[in-house]
Design a protein around this ligand. Structure first.
Ligand SMILES: *Cc1c(COP(=O)(O)O)cnc(C)c1O
Length: 396
């Protein structure tokens, strides 16, 4: 099929919830190709999904082998991969237990239900989330999302959510009532514009939660699975949450989400409290186990730290040259170039030049390359950004 045929078919039969830009047909590592054979450097990675790159051989092999052996059994039976994945996540984080689901919104929904069930005996049910956050698109998670743009048109919203200012401990303290069960926060706000939390804020939240008998939750859907140079974003802050959510990169594109807990809340959900048909299938868990093994074997946490620092340094040098660029910020390979105005024209120009990025929070150019990106690829991306910025500067 030609790309025009594909886009026409899409427009006719797929709901217009997105406005896709390119017809992509093939990927390998940090590169993708469109239907006309044009090559792109993928610094978006499926929005922080392809942490070990497109079609990593270890993940391909794990999926192929498991697909030919056993795909799904339901959770009415054990499967050999699910407890191994739970162990791998527990050992790298909080030492508790996991619940597996299929997406980020579903994982956050699980956290919200966990908070409510835990708090139900004490009359606590409210969850405090941050303004400018992003937690998903189900009714509960779009309510948790502290941005009116995702809520507009979907009123009335479910009850039990309160909003506080990100990186403002006093605002969180002021939002706590005797009904508060939990605080949910991102270590680095992703969709909100790559804004890392202040260490004092995160430490203060932990103290506040201990003081007031609240649960502290992290949404690690975007920052998790090595993206920030640690297994999980909160590990940059030397703080232990009571639970966190995962999805995006966990299966490197194979859909899987997880609620990961500390021992304190590991047994709050009992039979009948929570469920999902596709959660933790042998196939999804095989993909995720291959992802974790690959990150470890190829030292990708270290690479994310080193490549993240290199990318940030290059972007800061570019930012320093132009008055219309505010700066660059990030954590590991979650990196943003912050403009003073709309970042969409820069994103479009870069796409034409063969670099995929994403304009987010209006004026931030978000970059989330695979964790195994090479220095050569980072340098090439930086050169393309420098070139595009010079062109935009001339046109101004
Ligand atoms: C993407 C994202 C979600 C939603 O995940 P879905 O899989 O799209 O439901 C939730 N939280 C954060 C921080 C995200 O980046």
């Amino acid at each position: 099929m030609k790309s025009t045929e594909i886009t026409e078919l899409h427009k006719k039969y797929v709901m217009p919830t997105y406005a896709p830009g390119l017809v992509l047909v093939k990927g390998k590592g940090s590169k993708v190709w469109d239907a006309d054979g044009k090559e792109y450097l993928d610094f978006l990675a499926g929005i922080a999904v392809l942490n070990v790159g497109h079609c990593h051989p270890a993940v391909v092999e794990a999926i192929q082998e498991q697909a030919a052996k056993l795909v799904h059994v339901s959770n009415l039976y054990y499967n050999e991969n699910q407890p191994q994945l739970a162990q791998a996540l527990a050992e790298r984080s909080l030492g508790g237990k996991c619940f597996f689901c299929n997406s980020g919104a579903e994982a956050n929904e699980g956290l919200i239900k966990l908070a409510r069930l835990w708090g139900s005996a004490k009359g606590k049910y409210e969850v405090i989330t941050m303004k400018n956050s992003f937690h998903g698109r189900t009714l509960a998670t779009l309510t948790a999302t502290g941005q009116e743009k995702v809520q507009k048109g979907f009123y009335p919203l479910p009850e039990g959510f309160k909003y506080a200012e990100f990186n403002n401990l006093e605002s969180c303290r002021a939002a706590v009532t005797e009904k508060t069960a939990a605080i949910l926060v991102e270590a680095v706000q992703g969709e909100g514009g790559i804004i890392p939390a202040d260490p004092a804020f995160i430490k203060g939240l932990r103290k506040l939660c201990d003081e007031k008998d609240l649960l502290l939750f992290f949404d690690e859907v975007q920052a998790g699975v090595g993206r920030t140079g640690k297994w999980f974003g909160f590990q940059n802050y030397d703080v232990q949450p009571d639970a966190f959510s995962l999805a995006k990169a966990l299966g490197n594109g194979f859909p899987i989400g997880a609620v990961v807990t500390s021992p304190k809340v590991a047994d709050v959900f009992q039979p009948g409290n929570h469920a999902t048909t596709f959660g933790g299938t042998p196939l999804a868990c095989a993909a995720a186990l291959a992802v974790i093994e690959t990150i470890e074997k190829e030292h990708l946490l270290k690479n994310a730290q080193v490549m993240g620092a290199l990318l940030l340094e290059k972007l800061q040098a570019i930012a320093a040259k132009y008055a219309w660029i505010e700066g660059a910020r990030g954590c590991g390979l979650m990196v943003g170039l912050v403009l003073k105005d709309n970042a969409a024209p820069l994103q479009k120009l870069l796409q034409d030049k063969g670099l995929l990025t994403l304009a987010t929070a209006v004026r931030v150019l978000r970059m989330l390359p695979p964790l195994n990106v090479s220095a050569k690829e980072v340098e090439k991306a930086a050169a393309l950004i420098a070139e595009a910025c010079a062109e935009l500067d001339k046109a101004q």
